[in-house]
Write a protein that binds this ligand. Structure first.
Ligand code: BT5
Length: 280
């Protein structure tokens, strides 16, 4: 794991420059990324840029990609380290028109899409509820779903996805390094960034169509095949408290059920599973 494996920008055989033309060429989607594609060399956060575009009326399927982010965002005010050239930092504008309660399900749907894309590169991805993508227990990507909605329906959702594609260990701060990996580091050779993006968009389109068709059960079944915490003792950080228990199952709406040591079952809608310990 430790050694330097590549400098993707220096490898001329790998097309690495993000441009609408390069992304659309050979893209197998029907609508996602086929119309508006916005590529930034450097942007504060693709989610912020996407939010602005969505408020201006950008259509469903609009794709925003950046070569680097200066203030990449994670959940709850955390940051996403986004070094130039090696990672994928993208946001997709969606207009599912569904009830806001379905938003967490959209994050799980994106997780399945990302994991399926990674699987196609020959690796074994893991999903950690609700938004982490791991390989061999190290974080390789994350999802940040944001939305504008009223009481009844989502006006638009921004699906933000960050993936360490060919990121090297020394591109990440020490605090993140020990818990992180990249596709290239895990595979032992560079992964073409644009090709992987195209695979990811293709998967995302398919799984999002399942989502819109109400086939969340199928999505959940696939999620569970990639899941890495069910049956394990987990520590869940909630806004006001902390819970230790066994991650038992995911409910049909995607909430996590955790049984504490007194036998009480807790339904977790949004929380941080920061620690998996011991087999139950
Ligand atoms: C996430 O948050 O994992 C969601 C990350 C979403 C990033 C994308 S990039 C495109 C779009 N535009 C944005 O501004 N954001 C989205 P969370 O679960 O809160 O995890 C954040 C934590 O992951 C940090 O506190 C670090 O510990 C760790 N981390 C940060 N950068 C990382 C990286 N490059 N690789 C692995 N771990 C990282």
């Amino acid at each position: 794991m430790g050694s330097k494996i590549m400098s993707p920008c220096l490898d001329q055989r790998l097309p690495n420059r993000l441009s609408p033309h390069a992304i659309k060429e050979h893209l197998r989607t029907r609508w996602l990324g086929q119309q508006a594609v916005c590529c930034f060399d450097v942007v504060e956060s693709t989610n912020t840029a996407a939010n602005r575009l969505a408020r201006e009326g950008a259509a469903e399927g609009t794709l925003i990609v950046a070569n680097a982010q200066t203030s990449g965002r994670g959940r709850l005010g955390r940051s996403w380290v986004s070094p130039p050239g090696s990672g994928l930092y993208l946001s997709i504008i969606l207009r599912p028109g569904c009830h806001p309660d379905w938003l967490p399900r959209l994050t799980l749907t994106a997780g399945v899409a990302v994991a399926s894309a990674i699987q196609q590169t020959g690796m074994r991805p893991q999903l950690k509820w609700p938004n982490d993508i791991l390989i061999a227990d190290r974080k390789v990507g994350g999802i940040l779903t944001e939305a504008v909605f009223d009481k009844r329906r989502i006006d638009f959702a921004i699906l933000g996805i960050g993936i360490n594609v060919n990121t090297e260990r020394d591109e990440l701060p020490i605090s993140v390094r020990s818990l992180a990996t990249s596709l290239g580091l895990s595979l032992g050779k560079p992964v073409p960034r644009i090709h992987f993006l195209q695979t990811l968009l293709h998967q995302m389109e398919q799984w999002y169509e399942f989502f819109c068709a109400g086939a969340f059960e199928t999505i959940l079944e696939t999620w569970c095949e990639f899941d890495t915490i069910l049956g394990k003792v987990v520590e869940v950080f909630l806004p006001e408290t902390r819970l230790v228990g066994v991650a038992e199952t995911l409910e049909s709406d995607g909430t996590l059920l955790v049984r504490d040591k007194r036998g009480c079952l807790h339904s977790i809608i949004a929380g941080d599973v920061v620690h998996c310990r011991l087999e139950a």
